[in-house]
Design a protein around this ligand. Structure first.
Ligand code: GLY
Ligand code: MN
Ligand code: MN
Length: 426
């Protein structure tokens, strides 16, 4: 639970970053129609949520900065008993005034007239360029004197880079649930017949523990399916002797976890699977151990590529000189993705990777990122030694950068071969 005082502090920081003579408008995510009168499950816009902690749709946050002082207004949906009968209770403006430390709260139908007033004499209008929102499109038509439209998201997303202790606590909670789910999967796989059954076991644990559910669509990919990076069909039979790549993490109170484990269906790795798995695991551990303030993510990427390429040569998957293979990017065929990404309110947290001068941002204490090396060896690739074909392995953990180095927040989720085999046999 994050307190209103922390949200207020974030809004104050955001306000400081606005130029004078500016209005900034951040909107709640709109409801999205699935079909006819049925909507997709609602989830608040992450930038709006970061500044408010408010989970209702049909709301907006407005900053009005004339000189150095900045006023902040929240617009919320009016309480209407007939609507509430169908879609649930709303906070309403009276309660919102008590809860939020803002200058005033209005009902959302006042957004256009009020903002028109605020825009008198304003030179800049900040809004989230990525958020496709009808409300913003309307406001842009009201802003006749505006000289410049600016992206509010780039301010918020930079703030979101460094996680507070209350954010870290929520990510830890998400990981605690995700740990239980992956451990359950290690134990359950041998008794199940289809990938979706394993997915159900995992997501049951998410829901049972009060998580919103998944932070992204779970990947439960057995055998050769693991070589499709975004495999989400999860509908093939589980076969003894194959591995299953499970990339699944829950979202708890808006905060993500993102974990991949690759486990044997039967509970025992074969010799070839062990060889590949251990190689990826050693790379993962080595890259994690390099994490510390000021290191560049691109350094972690290049080191992971180098180590994986070396490993592939050692196992006979690639042939030739490692340096030359790296230069030709031969290894990319079997490790085509990034070594990791920021994680927070979003699984791929919307934080900048480069600064204003297009220079890469180095890691800083308080950032959270995933480390997720992998190797993907398709069944139909005749260049790969036959014994390794049809195997895909990824191992992914969530790492907090600390002032002295790092803390692996998911260290308790088993990943050593012997531990996975023990958990599978329980
Ligand atoms: N689960 C998505 C990813 O690992 O990036
Ligand atoms: Mn990831
Ligand atoms: Mn993942």
């Amino acid at each position: 639970m994050i307190k209103e005082k922390e949200y207020k502090k974030r809004r104050d920081h955001f306000a400081q970053k606005l130029q004078k003579n500016s209005v900034a408008v951040l909107c709640a995510a709109p409801q999205r129609v699935r079909s006819n009168d049925t909507e997709y499950p609602y989830r608040q816009d992450s930038n709006f949520y970061y500044l408010t902690g408010f989970k209702e749709d049909n709301a907006a946050l407005v900053f009005v900065k004339k000189t150095t002082e900045c006023k902040v207004y929240l617009f919320v949906q009016k309480k209407e008993p007939t609507l509430e009968l169908w879609t649930g209770k709303r906070l309403g403006s009276k309660e919102a005034k008590k809860r939020f430390l803002v200058d005033n709260v209005y009902i959302i139908s006042k957004l256009n007239p009020k903002t028109k007033e605020f825009l008198e004499g304003a030179k800049n209008l900040y809004y989230d360029f990525k958020a496709q929102n009808e409300k913003i499109e309307q406001l842009k038509t009201l802003s006749k004197n505006i000289l410049e439209f600016k992206n509010a998201a780039s301010i918020v997303e930079k703030m979101r880079l460094i996680k507070s202790s209350s954010e870290i606590a929520l990510i830890k909670k998400a990981l605690k649930i995700t740990k239980e789910a992956h451990h359950k999967a290690m134990w359950a796989s041998k008794q199940l017949s289809f990938e979706y059954e394993l997915q159900a076991e995992i997501e049951y644990i998410f829901k049972k523990n009060g998580a919103y559910s998944d932070a992204y669509t779970s990947i439960v990919a057995s055998g050769d399916n693991a070589n499709t990076l975004h495999y989400v069909d999860n509908n093939k039979p589980l076969k003894s002797g194959e591995l299953i790549l499970i990339d699944a993490g829950c979202e708890y109170d808006y905060y993500s976890s993102d974990i991949t484990r690759t486990i044997p269906v039967s509970g025992k790795f074969t010799k070839e699977q062990k060889e590949l798995y251990q190689m990826v695991l050693d790379v993962e551990k080595k890259i994690i151990s390099m994490i510390q303030p000021n290191i560049l993510r691109s350094k972690l990427q290049s080191e992971a590529e180098k180590l994986l390429c070396k490993g592939m040569v050692k196992l006979g998957i690639l042939q030739g000189d490692v340096k030359k293979l790296l230069k030709e990017k031969a290894h990319k065929k079997y490790f085509p993705h990034g070594i990791g990404h920021y994680m927070g309110l979003d699984v791929h947290d919307q934080n900048p990777y480069k600064d204003k001068k297009d220079k890469e941002i180095s890691l800083k204490a308080g950032m959270i990122l995933t480390i997720e090396p992998g190797i993907y060896l398709p069944q139909d690739d005749k260049k790969i030694p036959k014994k390794y074909r049809g195997i895909g392995i990824r191992i992914e953990d969530d790492i907090l950068v600390t002032k002295d180095g790092y803390k692996n927040l998911s260290i308790d989720i088993k990943k050593e071969i012997k531990d996975i085999e023990v958990y599978s046999s329980l």
